[in-house]
Write a protein that binds this ligand. Structure first.
Ligand code: ZN
Length: 408
């Protein structure tokens, strides 16, 4: 087995570790270990919140989570010979749970602390915990469903260059300034107080943290893309922006629906990644790369039947017509799916959680038929232990009365 290059210790907070995680992106975060092209190594990761969420039946921890501390990332790792303009080839040889932490969670985040895609409909903090059974998962908070994991890092990327850091800060702050008081906020601007800058010396870290990127959005270097099909067995090609590349990762998900719509919508977990690295010299120019590209895994859970919900770009409250707006159309598709699942005894929150973390397929199905975008969300029917297809006698099955965990 590959050597473990980064370890986690659940008996203490990540802040107390000797080799520290980082929760910001900055070109000067020191490389923790160097590898050669062709090397393989294992990386352990905390869950994205660094252990703030517990395996229990209260959502108080989701309500109270400190989102300025996320995401806790392992790395950065350097590849000898990697220079700006190269492509770093990263194989996700395997991704899995750690024996000390064989469970996961899905959070619906409160509107005033994170929010989510349907936050106007589900404004309160809720949580569902998931147990792992080999490759499968079930939840005491969401009965009647079971599926195989499509395990992936929600967040993986290389360190940005100083130039890219400054360019992104400029464009993001310009957006932020258009409505700085918005709830939920338009974006997470730099915030130094809770920044973890890895092995950077304290005086330097203090300055760098003022401009370091928060880890929330995906950017040109990859980062928090939350793509469920970037799963174990995938090969990713990252543009290199600094000497050595500086590959970091975290935010492992057991499963996720396209869009990760509850915000912490995946089944979040601590875990490990087995990584292989290689280089394509001058690959950015050779292949015209701006953002990472990847080749999905040869092994993914497969489903033969789906029920597909359509949505169009018309606001559900005002009836306002939007022009080819995929955001509105996908929201309507998801809301349509929620209403349907409620007919089988699920609460709205349980249905929302299923869409967030079951391996549902989200698509932009039509983006040219003025004025309506058409988005679809496809739910595999086989994840339910009863028949969810429509028929003449109406919904005949119903799950036993239950609910996600709420706050107290
Ligand atoms: Zn996540």
């Amino acid at each position: 087995m590959a050597k473990t290059a980064f370890s986690v210790d659940f008996s203490k907070w990540p802040e107390e570790d000797e080799i520290k995680t980082h929760n910001r992106w900055h070109p000067d975060i020191p490389i923790v270990e160097w590898f050669k092209p062709g090397d393989e190594f294992r990386v352990e990761c905390y869950d994205w919140t660094g252990g703030q969420i517990h395996n229990d039946d209260s959502a108080n921890d989701v309500r109270d989570v400190d989102l300025t501390k996320v995401h806790y990332l392992s790395g950065p790792f350097g590849v000898e010979g990697a220079e700006p303009g190269d492509l770093m080839v990263v194989d996700l040889l395997d991704v899995g749970a750690l024996p000390a932490s064989a469970w996961g969670f899905t959070g619906i985040f409160a509107r005033d602390n994170g929010g989510g895609f349907l936050t106007e409909h589900f404004p309160s903090a809720c949580k569902a915990c998931w147990d792992f059974h080999g490759i499968y998962t079930t939840s005491r908070h969401v009965p009647g469903v079971r599926w195989a994991g499509i395990i992936h890092p929600g967040l993986i990327g290389c360190l940005p260059s100083q130039d890219l850091l400054e360019r992104a800060n400029k464009r993001e702050m310009a957006l932020f300034e258009t409505d700085p008081e918005r709830v939920p906020p338009l974006l997470a601007p730099p915030f130094a107080d809770t920044a973890l800058m890895g092995q950077m010396p304290a005086d330097k870290a203090k300055r760098a943290a003022e401009e370091a990127w928060r880890t929330v959005p995906p950017r040109e270097h990859g980062g928090n893309c939350d793509i469920k099909n970037l799963s174990r067995g995938s090969r990713i090609y990252f543009p290199v922006y600094v000497e050595g590349g500086g590959l970091s990762m975290g935010d492992i998900h057991w499963s996720q629906g396209d869009g990760e719509i509850t915000f912490c919508g995946a089944t979040e977990m601590a875990g490990f990644l087995d990584i292989g690295v290689d280089l394509i010299k001058d690959g950015v120019r050779k292949y015209g790369i701006t953002n990472p590209i990847f080749k999905p895994s040869p092994i993914e859970p497969h489903f033969s039947e789906y029920l597909v919900f359509e949505g169009i770009s018309v606001d559900e409250h005002t009836g306002e017509q939007y022009y080819l707006d995929a955001h509105v159309a996908y929201r309507r598709a998801c809301l349509n799916a929620v209403e349907y699942l409620k007919k089988f005894g699920y609460t709205g929150e349980q249905a929302y959680v299923i869409l967030g973390t079951a391996p549902v397929e989200g698509r932009i199905s039509g983006i040219v038929d003025i004025p309506n975008a058409c988005c679809t969300v496809a739910i595999p029917t086989e994840i339910f232990d009863f028949d969810i297809r429509p028929n003449a006698s109406g919904p005949t099955a119903s799950v036993s009365p239950s609910d996600v965990a709420h706050t107290s």
